[in-house]
Design a protein around this ligand. Sequence first.
Ligand code: PEP
Ligand code: MG
Length: 324
Amino acid sequence: REDVFQVERHKPSLTRCGTAICVGANAEFIEEMKIVEDSGAEEVGLFRTEFLHLENPDATEDQLAAAYSKVVKSQAPKRVVFRTLDLGGDKVDERLAVEPEPNPFLGWRGIRLSLGRQDLFKRQLRALLRAAVHGRVGIMFPMVSGVQEVLEAKAVLNDCADELTAEGVDVPDEIEIGAMIEIPSAALSADLIAAEVDFLSLGTNDLIQYTIAVDRLNDRVAKLYQPTHPAVLRLIAMSVKAARTAGIRVGMCGEMASDLTLTPLMIGLGLNELSVATTQIARLKHAVRRLNVQECEALANAVLTCTSPAEIRSLSRAVADRNY
Ligand code: PEP
Ligand code: MG
């Protein structure tokens, strides 16, 4: 069966009823771009830029622009969504940490660090804007806790675009801006955020961790880390609804997006895009092609009143088993 998935991996990702569900790849390094191309991915839905940063924290704006440009050119005309630095938590640049933090995952992480270190943030945004003229780019902000941070980040991005233009450097007329929804407060105010961006992307690895208060890296509480916890699903449903009401696209780039048992539920909840590891692309596209949106929506309606994570998973599994 693996062969069947592989043979069809470059076919478009349309459900049985013809709805497009964009299946993208998560990536971290330039060297992966060939694999992404070969995987059948329809875009890069999440490029985690902090890994390039940690490889070379002293990279200049020119070096960054060259690195990002390589990625953009390799995928054009497909979109690449670059997530701005998500440092902090377990991805620490020791030189930026002023002092050890008692709770790094609740501390100076993601957009908080970028807004606090505008030298670093502007260097990255200027490099991304310069790279964006070579193809189709989205810029996405991580660890947003509310709309205020989105507004601040957009203001910095606008300043960068104005500065580059004044310097005579080419920047794209328009660029897609996205926010990650991975903190419960962001999901709960997703309508406010959706009014300010072009797309939302659910970072379920963190959203689950913060919603259930369970460390995503701690084996002792791993049992409690449940993607189908009703509270997690409500936050996802709320975010999707906010995006759809605002008329913008909404995707998922956490590990949950590659759990094929849950694909019917994700489509039923209304996600437009799923971004996963390259090894999962062929299988996920195959699953999408087998599903019917109406059946998935009925499932999503049914599970929103369920009480147990296991029951929700098994209802979704039943739809998956019927179709693939
Ligand atoms: C997530 O939190 O789901 C996510 C995609 O970001 P990361 O795993 O890099 O924190
Ligand atoms: Mg995250």
